[in-house]
Ligand binder design. Sequence first.
Ligand SMILES: C[S@@+](CC[C@H](N)C(=O)[O-])C[C@H]1O[C@@H](n2cnc3c(N)ncnc32)[C@H](O)[C@@H]1O
Length: 310
Amino acid sequence: MTTMPPDHPADQQVPTADPRVRVLVARLRRAGCVFAEQEARILLEASAGAELEQLCARREAGEALEHLVGCVEIGGELLAVGPGCFVPRQRTLALIDAAVQEARLRRSPVMVEAYCGVAPIAALVGRRVPGVRVHATDRDERPLVHARTNLPAGAGVHHGSGLDALPAQLAGAVDLLAAVPPYVPSGQLELMPRDAREQEPETALVAGEDGLDEVRRLLREAPRWLAPGGVLLLEMHRDQVPIVLAQARDQECFDAVGHQVAGDGETAVVRVRRDAGKPGRRDAGKQRAAVPEGTAALQRVERATGIEPA
Ligand SMILES: C[S@@+](CC[C@H](N)C(=O)[O-])C[C@H]1O[C@@H](n2cnc3c(N)ncnc32)[C@H](O)[C@@H]1O
């Protein structure tokens, strides 16, 4: 059995004086769990007695730990997750950090997480940025149940493909659009850990031959929704960045295009900014209040997020 995603936080030793722990660790290790000590601790915290035995047996049979215990920890926050849902990855912290910084630079920003799954980005931005108004959208109803739990009260949760389900009044009014769309090339699904292939829907992982079908779609659809000066942040693999930057540069409505590679050396965050000179639907007075004014302010945003033009 493949166990935790490769980007799971480092294993932590737990005291093994307790014979229950020793037995649990030995069973999980025999089942192939690389992070047996840490998993034993999480299972013990989540359950006891007969329930613990059931959870351990299901884990031995290959169910994802996060699906069993119903939560995942990311950036120090606990988020609800469940069977049939994509489990947020630690590598997405790079995009979450960039999104939090972007949101903090704006007053009462409107933030959308597209392709949201259980909505880790919108949830953490919502918890960390006072005054932000968040929306999340996905075409799969299952993760949206958990997204509603993870998001702050009053958040908009929308069911539909791409950005189709967003309410019309958000057109031209989104300051920050962030997404981790599926981006695995179809031919590489077999290379993924077994947990992911078997426990997460293929539609959450794969997007066409080069993995970029949904990224391309988002680049096409984003301009309608972004406010002038609004920013689109996208996670992908480092090797996919040149294709995406080329498409973004071909779209005249974007006036700044850049990317950063995360600490793992593999994950990239692309940042694309909607031309600030063209008014959106939002009235100009409100727009001035929401977006820092002028080129200097926009350059400050770029410095603060650490995302350089490519
Ligand atoms: C890689 S997961 C990311 C989920 C979440 N952002 C996270 O980081 O945990 C991709 C998500 O996109 C959704 N999805 C795939 N294709 C979609 C489409 N065409 N429209 C809307 N959502 C889609 C899947 O249901 C899945 O929840």
